[in-house]
Design a protein around this ligand. Sequence first.
Ligand code: AMP
Length: 217
Amino acid sequence: MNGIIFIAPPAAGKGTQSNILSSKYNIPHISTGDLIRASRNNGSNEYIKQAQSGGLVDDDFVINLVYNELKKSDCDNGYILDGFPRNINQAKELDDILKKLNKKLGYVFLLDINYELSRNRIVGRISCPECGKVYNTLDSLSKPKIPNKCDICNTDLVRRQDDNEETFKNRYDVYLNETSPLIDFYQEKGLLHKIDASMSIEDISRKIIEVIDYDNN
Ligand code: AMP
């Protein structure tokens, strides 16, 4: 299967959808945000600080992380890039990497949500560090039953350091100014599929899977 990428404002659900697709199609989920946060021990503090501020981390650093993941053999049957590319330069570099590795990009999903929904999902988001369940304190349907405790395993819930009002504004501006030009870039290549990401998680993945399965059957 050819590769999958997402274009998405903050909290549109690219991480969640990547997990679902990764299990369904048995292909690796490569999250640049996770890779950057996990690079703490490699003298990458400067990059981690950049990420915590909501701005983009240096292209060369991120491109190198992605290249090292894509060249692994488990990407031979497809891959999901969650959070990459984030700007036109990265998109062009991705084209070059894929050519070099003889791989293809098949699908670009634009997860479409408006400013208000993006903000509320970020500012209210807390999650369980133990089982990964995500909650939202601003949404009565997805609040934890006991404040700050996981419904499933009773662990204390945590907030991602960049999930706050101030950083959100930065992240949204970065999305508008740097990432959203990718919409036209991939539309011109005929790879773009727009999905209404205000729907439920299940409805979003059903739409995405319809597109992929239509192509592969
Ligand atoms: P995410 O987990 O995708 O929301 O990413 C968290 C943060 O990591 C972003 O706000 C950026 O600071 C940084 N980051 C993730 N992916 C990239 C990328 N492709 N280019 C530059 N910075 C990135």
